[in-house]
Design a protein around this ligand. Structure first.
Ligand code: IPM
Ligand code: MG
Length: 353
């Protein structure tokens, strides 16, 4: 198959990790006889420097015309002082909204080889950590009006029933494909938007009788994720809560560097990215962990290109890399003789395909 992939290298470690993901994709193309065309797209700080805009329309158009988008990371201290609507992150938010990818899927799964890298006690890890956070991605407070007037700042949080319903359905459908447990996370003891959220989830529940729906307040959920993560199968939540909880969930699996994510809307054109940021402090040092991005490429093959065998091949290669004892700096514990940099990591994983 021929696929056109829009590639956003972005800022900080973005270009390094993308390079390794493309190395792995090229290997897949070679073995499985596909052709992946890469279309470079500028977004984030690098686009601000080049065009004075974190995502010019022409760059967004390239993404919309592609079969899917693979993104490294955007942002960095260099652009901290630019106005809010011009920040590198705004490019990412505009890309997600422009693509209409409302459903963000972030797995929190512990690789058995990395059980030691989890900061949790062994008895908690041994009970198993394998859940998915389904995060609403293009609504809520990140997309409401933002303003600062006379020393008072306002950010508006809006959710419509329709927006909640479409992400709620994804939550139920995701649970149906797994262990059939859905936990809806909100703050209904305080927020109207959360009370609406909860009502919609319960209305939908009757259409998915095979799924067990529970509710949890977000502050309790933050606690439960470290106290008893094995209770979760699928969590569905709004944009900001999902942003925060997915960072927390990534840490209990060892490293945020290992976690990919997929974002989908009404079409098969998805956005695939690691969940971590641009890590400017380690940019260019060849120490970043590219596995989150490599696994994001695998998700792209699975969910957008209907290439499950190819996706399995990448995931198995990552597993073989870990089995062989190789570690990037962020997941290193103990024996440092198998410590590898970003580029070697990509070479080894590609060779295991
Ligand atoms: C993430 C990031 C982004 C988000 C930022 C960079 C806008 O934190 O993907 O989790 O908040 O969604
Ligand atoms: Mg985040």
């Amino acid at each position: 198959m021929v696929k056109n992939i829009a590639v956003i290298r972005g800022d900080g470690i973005g270009p390094e990790i993308i390079k390794e993901a493309l190395k792995v994709l090229d290997r897949v193309a070679e073995i499985f006889e596909h052709k992946f065309n890469y279309i470079d797209v500028d977004m984030g700080g690098c686009a601000i420097d080049k065009y004075g805009d974190p995502l010019p329309q022409a760059e967004l158009d390239k993404c919309l015309a592609s079969d899917s988008v693979l993104l490294g990371a955007v942002g960095g201290n260099k652009w901290n002082d630019v106005p809010g609507h011009m920040r590198p992150e705004k490019g990412l938010l505009r890309l997600r909204a422009g693509m209409g990818v409302y459903s963000n899927n972030r797995p929190a799964k512990i690789w058995p080889q990395l059980a030691d890298a989890s900061p949790l006690k062994k008895e908690i890890v041994d009970k198993g950590i394998d859940f998915i956070i389904v995060r609403e991605l293009i609504g809520g407070i990140y997309f409401g009006e933002h303003k600062t007037v006379d020393g008072t700042a306002t950010d508006v949080l809006v959710y419509s029933e329709a927006e909640i319903e479409r992400i709620g359905r994804i939550g139920f459908e995701t649970a149906q494909k797994r262990n059939k447990k859905l936990c809806s996370v909100e703050k209904s003891n305080v927020l109207d938007s959360s009370r609406l959220w909860k009502n919609v989830m319960h209305r939908l529940a009757s259409e998915y009788p095979d799924v067990e729906l529970t509710d949890m307040l977000v502050d309790n959920c933050a606690m439960q994720i470290v106290k008893n993560p094995s209770q979760f199968d699928v969590i569905v939540t709004e944009n900001m809560f999902g942003d925060i909880l997915s960072d927390e969930a990534s840490q209990i699996t060892g490293s945020i560097g290992m976690i990919p994510s997929s974002s989908l809307g009404a079409t098969s054109c998805g956005l695939y990215e690691p969940i971590h940021g641009s890590a400017p402090d380690i940019a260019g040092l060849d120490v970043a962990n590219p596995i989150g991005t490599i696994l994001a490429a695998a998700m792209m093959l699975r969910y957008s290109f209907d290439m499950p065998t190819e996706a399995d091949a990448i995931e198995n290669a990552v597993s073989a890399f870990l089995d062989s004892g190789y570690r990037t700096a962020d997941i290193l514990s103990g024996d440092s003789t198998k410590k590898v940099g970003c580029s070697r990591c990509g070479d080894i994983i590609a060779s295991f395909i």
